[in-house]
Structures are given as C-alpha cells and as structure tokens.
Design a protein around this ligand. Sequence first.
Ligand code: COI
Length: 373
Amino acid sequence: METQAPTASFTVIPNRRPATDEERWLAMEDPVFGKVFTDHMARATWREGEGWADRRIVPLAPIPMHPGAAVLHYAQQAFEGLKAYRWEDGSIHLFRPEANAARLAASCARLALPTVSEADFLAAVTGVVEADRNWVPSTAGASLYLRPLVMATEPSLLVQPAAEVDFLVTASPVGAYLSDGTQGVSIWVSRGYHRANPGGTGEAKTGGNYAASMLPQKEAKEHGCGQVLFLDAKEDTYVEELGGMNLIAVRADGSILTPRLSGTILAGVTRDSILTLLRDEGRAVEERDVALAEIIAGLEIGEIVELFACGTAAVVTPIARLVSDDFDIAVPERDGDDASVARSVLERLTAIQYGRAEDPHGWTTEVVPAPEG
Ligand code: COI
C-alpha cells in the first residue's frame, strides 16, 4: 500500500474535562495492565485516493463505528506496544519508537492496510505523551504503555482491503503485565493448537494472532499455568513464542539460545534489545530452530539452566515450569541475584529505559524535558 510523505503535525484539541489529580492518582496507584486510560488519544483517518488526513490529538472518547466496519468482521487491523518512561529528573523518554514504527509499517503491509509513516507515528505517540505527561508514573517499574492501532473502518462486507482506515494511539499507565512475574511463570506447552503458519500472519502484530491464542491460553490457566507456549505448525516440533512474548534460554556455559525469526514469530523489540545487551556482554547468542525436545533434554541434564520470556508488556519474566500433557519440568532456580541472566539483563535494560545507565545504542528519545528548577 502507499507510504505517505513525512508530516509531523497533529493538531491538539485538549480535553476540557481531564481526570482530576485525585482521580489520576487513584487510577495510577496500582493499575491492572491496560485497564486505565489517559485523557487523550491520537487519531488520523485515511481514505483511498486521499491518503492520511485529520491528524489530531483529541480527548479520549469512544469511537462511533458503523456495525459493518470491516475490522469488526474480517479483523483487518495491526497494532503496536511501546512505553514512555519517567526518569528521576522528571523528564520523559520513549524507548526505540522507530523500531515500533517500522514494525507497524511491516504489519500494515501484511494486512493490506495503508502504512503510517515514521514521522506520523512519532508525532502521534509524542503528542499523546506530551498531552498526558501527568499520567506517566514515577513508581519503580511503572511506565506509560502506548498502543498504536491501525484498523479498517470502512462499512463493507466485501473481503477486500478497506478504503477507509483509522490510526489511533491510546495510552495506559501500567505496572507489571504478569502478576506472578518476578516469582517465575509456569508455561503450558500447547500441543493441539498453533499460533501461526508459514505464509500466515505470525510475523505481523495483528489482533487475529492474539484471538487465536486465547483458547490455548484458557487451557494453560486450567492447568495452573500463566502463559502458553506454541510449537511450529509445520512440524509440531520447534518452540516459537508465547501468547505475547518471546522465549530465551540460557545454557550452562552462559551462551544464549532462542528461536530464530522464522517468519511465524513476532520480531520483539524487547527480544532484540536483550539479545543486543547479551552480545555486548560477550555472550554467544544462537538464533535458530529450537526443538522442544532439546529444551526438555537440556533442562533434564542441566545444559539449559534458565528460561525466560520477554516482551514490551512483560519486560523480562523468568519461567519456573514447563508443563504439558506428558511432562512437568521445573526450571531450576539460580542461586542468588548475580547468577540469574534474566535478572541481570532486566536490570541492564531497565537501567537504560529509566535513564539510570548510559544508553550506548541510542535507544531512548526524550519527549518531555525535565521541569526547570
Ligand atoms: C506487548 O508486549 O506490547 C504486547 O503487545 C503483548 C500483549 C500481550 C500485551
């Protein structure tokens, strides 16, 4: 589809009835992930032959939609997830927003949606963060989660790319995604269900992939597990990804093993950042097909000493158990904080995100400066 020339002007229409300070503090005290939304959102509309128009930051409000809107029937949509972090001096920073802009463009291309230019993506997320700067938490581990979304709004039941599309960015103050995150999450290995097929949409960040993961996720819960892990659809052999996170294994020799981006796996920005930091430490990082049998055998003989999940929402979450119909294997706990690669890489990553450490790769972008004085 078409790529627009860069433009960066989103007109701001301020919310005249924003949450009061008290309402905001209460809402931000201990927010459940994705349940609290800020006062503003970004919005732009696209029409075939006209391109993107009406770029604006507006008060958060329901969006009236025709019941025949194509997205409601055929799920023609793509979305993103990225975070804004408040540093100790009060300034606010985005983490690798260009990577999310590029991935949204790739997802839109796969879903036959018009792409959002990097300039529009950055202007929209920056505009929302600026308008809702008071909603960026300052508590440890908390941040403002931004959810860009592109969806087909044209009322049409024809199975064809829509001629009317909306781009929206909403924002949510968030803490941990997984309530049992630091203790380690138990993972259910799904045997009957797959998340993605070769040539399908597994590589795109699109709602249908997540819809398909909900029944297996329910199955995981029924087996006492917090997340589900999918195997590849072609051979039913290789581990791919969790419902919304990538998987990383640590070997006894300190090297790292993770499924390659085969086309059916989402290219996680957090995954890429973590692998970069681990390579910076001098660790060997292998990205290749990884059989479930290799993980199980590795855990049993002590060759694999750690497993963790990573993603923008979940950040880094140690895996405590791998469970399925025919096995239940505990991942050994590492002695002390220093030994755990998950813990140390989480610390290194979040130190960069929150401005406590140097940013050698230039990943952070200041959106709101520190208040004067
Ligand atoms: C993210 O990590 O940003 C995601 O979109 C995953 C989702 C399960 C919340």
